[in-house]
Design a protein around this ligand. Structure first.
Ligand SMILES: Nc1ncnc2c1ncn2[C@@H]1O[C@H](COP(=O)(O)OP(=O)(O)O)[C@@H](O)[C@H]1O
Ligand SMILES: [Mg+2]
Length: 415
């Protein structure tokens, strides 16, 4: 029997069988494809419509496909922001029986923006800094879980809006490896790759005259190193103090929480005489606010969005004079009376413009500006319609960028 098509997936969608696997990906008919913005790649990558969703299909060698599929599964299990793997297809042949490369399939990451779309228009140094910051946060997070990336770059990262900042997602795990823990040498090596790649990518944009403003590409590239080190040190450094200053233990934990990290384990040692104490965080996990909001409301949003919502929930608690109530009850009421009420007020045709959590964040900002201009508080009932008519209507869609080319997408104004 000739070799046949094989689909490896946790939950295979039978509709996968209807796609033209016997044709090289490059030649796939337009009507299968979704025209979404894509970053640069070595391999052929196409976005494909399937059962009302969009998947990303990448043509690569079989062993690499399985390696990447497994790593992406691990990263998802470890709760690291990355694209979600769907499966691997092997045993492809043309109708004449010529073998074709395998493919790795991932879910298209909704509302994600490749850096070329973000960088190529209106990019001000501040947006560049935010993107680099987001990448540094991702790299620290990967390294904390023991993941060595091996090809850190802007092209291998996708960005999603996160309450005025950006959240970075890993998209290409091909060169990666998961270890129990990384050595300093491995981390440094990854960091050096990041620096060199970012500088190269920015120089490319510059050479292609895609950067509107002058940018010191070397300085932006160096920034990844600075930001990474700052954060890594903050998360892992040990601290020594007098036994009498025990409040410092709680203060350190709170500081880490404020930064968005939970402390899984903290090592505390004293010297022989028992006069000084040393503490060192051993296991820290990102997503403190994300998890807290999820526990209270079931909402699954980005870290900064979650932080923003938790703050609004506190304001709501005070405004309703409910300081004594259980936070679960307050959260429940805030969810329906504030968050869901706001999202419901958005006309259906405008909902593809931004994710609900980002819309909510922008409504809060807008309300703040209105209040400042008016010199007094402005209720949601007034802020929401004003936001819809004065802000949201004028933004391009970021979910349904179907059909837009990258140049149009690039016109999406950063905040
Ligand atoms: N699941 C996905 N969601 C959104 N974009 C994706 C996805 N997978 C790939 N892409 C886009 O395709 C580009 C190339 O994918 P990548 O895995 O880096 O391929 P290569 O191994 O050839 O470099 C990425 O930069 C990204 O823009
Ligand atoms: Mg890549």
């Amino acid at each position: 029997m000739p070799q046949s098509l094989q689909i490896t997936a946790a939950a295979p969608d039978p509709a996968l069988l209807d796609l033209p696997w016997h044709i090289p990906l490059e030649d796939w008919p337009e009507d299968n494809l979704a025209a979404l913005p894509r970053g640069l790649s070595r391999h052929v990558v196409r976005f494909v419509r399937l059962s009302g969703r969009v998947i990303a299909v990448k043509e690569i060698g079989e062993s690499v496909a399985f390696h990447e599929y497994q790593l992406l599964r691990d990263l998802n299990r470890l709760d690291v922001p990355s694209v979600v793997p769907v499966g691997v297809i092997t045993g492809r042949t043309t109708l004449d029986g010529e073998p074709l490369d395998s493919v790795l399939i991932t879910k298209h990451l909704k509302f994600s923006l490749p850096y070329r779309a973000l960088f190529s228009r209106y990019v001000n140094p501040e947006t560049a800094t935010r993107l680099i910051d987001a990448l540094a946060v991702l790299l620290v997070r990967l390294h904390l879980t023991g993941f060595y990336w091996g090809d850190v770059s802007l092209s291998n990262t996708l960005f999603r809006r996160d309450a005025g900042e950006f959240a970075a997602y890993l998209v290409d795990a091909e060169t990666g490896d998961l270890h129990d823990r990384l050595t300093d040498g491995q981390r440094e090596y990854d960091l050096e790759i990041a620096r060199v790649n970012i500088i190269g990518e920015l120089m490319d944009l510059e050479a292609g005259e895609l950067l509107i403003e002058e940018m010191d590409t070397i300085a932006v590239g160096e920034m990844i190193v600075l930001r990474y080190r700052e954060l890594w040190t903050e998360l892992t450094r040990s601290e020594e103090f007098d036994t009498g200053e025990r409040w410092r233990v709680g203060a350190r934990i709170r500081r880490l929480n404020d930064l968005g990290y939970d402390v899984g384990e903290l090592i505390m040692t004293t010297d022989l005489g028992g006069t000084t104490v040393r503490i060192q965080p051993k296991v820290v996990a990102a997503g403190h606010h994300h998890r807290r909001l999820m526990r209270l409301t079931g909402l699954d949003v980005q870290e900064n969005q979650a932080r923003r919502m938790l703050n609004d929930m506190d304001t709501y608690r005070v405004a309703m004079d409910r300081q004594g109530d259980d936070e679960e009850f307050v959260a429940h009421d805030w969810l329906s009376e504030v968050f869901e009420a706001t999202v419901r007020a958005i006309p259906r045709e405008l909902r593809g413009k931004l994710e609900p959590a980002e819309i909510f964040h922008q409504v809060l900002e807008h309300r703040w500006y209105l209040a400042e201009a008016a010199g007094h508080d402005v209720p949601f009932a007034q802020a929401v319609p004003s936001y819809i008519d004065n802000v949201l209507r004028h933004r391009p869609d970021e979910e349904a960028v179907l059909g837009l080319d990258t140049a149009t997408l690039a016109a999406i104004e950063p905040d």
